[in-house]
Design a protein around this ligand. Structure first.
Ligand SMILES: Nc1ncnc2c1ncn2[C@@H]1O[C@H](COP(=O)(O)OP(=O)(O)O)[C@@H](O)[C@H]1O
Ligand SMILES: O=P(O)(O)OC[C@H](O)CO
Length: 505
């Protein structure tokens, strides 16, 4: 048989699962995608069915291979990338999840994180794990399950159930499930649990003890580019050779390998990640310290991240909850019926506010309403919300590192929206560039998998694959930009302190 000619990546995102097959130059050979359900059992709760997620992954893998007329033997490796923090606990004997997955957007752990913060406050664990206490992270979600699902804590202590973020769940299933599945995670996903020591890259026993998490449920932490095992089923025989959280994979796919490189991904939420090399930068301005990636056998590369909870999700809300548009793309047409937002600002604090505020009690507001404001203004305000939230994070990055942005590499589903890209360039006052392969998340996972098996020799062999497809240059008058940004910050003030004792029920 000839050498395998391709590498595959599976991207299990918040709204859909994708499988993409790439060639040696990072070009897309085939792509399959399937959406899965968003389950909203109560205000602030957002769940996924992990079994449905696995089933969509199995389907897209088959479809991607079939579309390209490929067999598993044509693949040198498969890499996994995933929505992060979303928490799955499953029975190791039956392979069935014990509860719906609690997603990263879910706010049910609000009281729990306050309890854990105690007198020391939300930065109690930050020195160890790089993160503030917030509903976002997976460790407290696991603690919630251990406390709330009857009998689970006892079963966990006996080692009968397994915890994992979506990478672990997929790798376990891909490598055989109940029949010898490998229970691992990678350093990037582990760095979002609050349970890992960022320096040692191992579970932190003190934190486990404080939170009441038995080590028996945890996966083994491995590098991001590493052969974890061999796939069974549709990918039989293919090395499972990478796992990275999707934002880390996007950084990798953008070939942002050097200290100071930055990318921003626009999907359900938006995530700006700055490569800080081998330096752990401790943020004083509301950013997260995280692992960028770790190649096999070498020390980790670190990053600073500004996580924004709601950007594309606001567009979905316009479509699915308000019915103001029929497709996500239609928000651009609607926004372009007007020249500006008519003084209206939308702060989409559906899950509280993430970076740089970390205010779990905030809730969404629409401000500046007058009788003049119509659907077009609301659509424009929704897109501007993404631009202004990015601006807040960029300002925080400059305050933390002294690095002033000179340009921004973007990717993700929302970057199809040219109006948004222009608003972004205007809000940041720097050029915004989109690469030819906008599927950088999958591409990054494919790169990491290919590197692990020697399909690509080194990072330098990947840099030449990045090509600019489009660029937007800033055009907004500086005074107008700053006036609008001040107004945005005033709108943010209006969203704070919303949840209080009157919401107890
Ligand atoms: N043309 C568009 N304009 C604005 N938002 C869009 C557009 N196309 C997709 N989106 C938004 O982008 C998100 C999907 O992007 P994707 O990168 O697939 O997200 P995820 O990885 O979070 O599932 C959805 O929230 C959707 O509302
Ligand atoms: O699946 P996405 O693209 O919405 O990304 C989700 C993030 O990983 C959450 O931290």
């Amino acid at each position: 048989m000839s050498d395998p000619r391709y590498v595959a990546a599976i991207d299990q995102g918040t709204t859909s699962s994708r499988c993409i097959v790439f060639d040696g130059r990072g070009g897309i050979v085939s792509l399959a995608q399937r959406e899965h359900r968003q389950i909203f059992p109560r205000p602030g709760w957002v769940e996924h069915d992990a079994a449905e997620i696995w089933s969509t992954v199995e389907q897209v893998v088959l479809e991607a291979l079939e579309d390209a007329g490929l067999a598993p033997g044509d693949l040198a490796a498969v890499g996994i990338t995933n929505q992060r923090e979303t928490t799955v606990v499953w029975d190791r004997t039956t392979g069935r999840p014990v509860h719906n997955a609690i997603t990263w957007q879910d706010t049910r752990t609000a009281d729990l994180v306050s309890e854990l913060a105690g007198a020391e406050g939300p930065d109690r664990f930050r020195d160890r794990c790089g993160l503030p206490l917030a509903t976002y992270f997976s460790g407290p979600k696991l603690v919630w399950l251990l406390r709330e699902v009857p009998g689970l804590a006892e079963r966990a202590a006996r080692g009968e159930v397994l915890f994992g973020t979506v990478d672990s769940w997929l790798i376990w299933n891909l490598t055989g499930g109940v029949d010898g599945g490998v229970h691992v995670t990678d350093v990037t996903n582990a760095s979002r649990t609050m349970l890992m020591d960022l320096t040692k890259l191992q579970w932190d026993q003190d934190t486990l003890d404080t939170m009441g998490v038995p080590a028996a449920v945890l996966p083994e932490i491995k590098p991001s580019s590493h052969v974890y095992g061999t796939a069974r089923g549709a990918l039989a025989g293919v090395p499972v050779a990478a796992a990275l959280g999707d934002q880390h994979a996007a950084l990798f796919g953008q070939t942002a390998f050097d200290r100071g490189d930055v990318k921003s991904t626009y999907g359900t939420g938006s995530f700006l990640v700055l490569n800080t090399g081998d330096t752990l930068v401790r943020s004083e301005n509301g950013l997260l310290t995280t692992v960028a990636y770790q190649l096999d056998g070498v020390p980790a590369t670190y990053a600073l991240e500004g996580s924004i909870a709601v950007t594309g999700a606001l567009v979905q809300w316009f479509r699915d909850r308000l019915g103001l548009i029929h497709s996500a793309a239609e928000i651009e047409t609607l926004a372009n019926t007007v020249a500006d937002s008519g003084g209206c600002y939308i702060v989409p604090a559906f899950s509280g506010l993430f970076a740089p505020h970390w205010r779990g009690e905030a809730r969404g507001v629409i401000t500046g309403l007058t009788g003049y404001v119509g659907r077009g203004h609301l659509a424009r305000a929704a897109l501007e919300a993404t631009a202004w939230q990015t601006r807040e994070v960029v300002d925080a990055m400059r305050a933390d590192t002294g690095i002033a942005l000179t340009g921004l590499r973007v990717d993700g589903g929302m970057t199809a929206n040219n109006t948004l890209m222009q608003l972004l360039a205007d809000a940041l006052a720097v050029p915004v560039a989109r690469p030819t392969v906008a599927e950088t998340t999958c591409l990054g996972a494919a790169y990491a998998a290919g590197l692990a098996v020697g399909y690509w020799p080194d990072l330098d062999s990947l840099r030449g694959n990045w090509h600019k497809a489009a660029e937007w240059t800033p055009g907004l008058d500086a005074d107008l930009r700053e006036r609008r940004f001040r107004k945005w910050r005033k709108a943010v003030e209006r969203s704070l302190d919303w949840m209080d004792e009157d919401d107890l029920d």
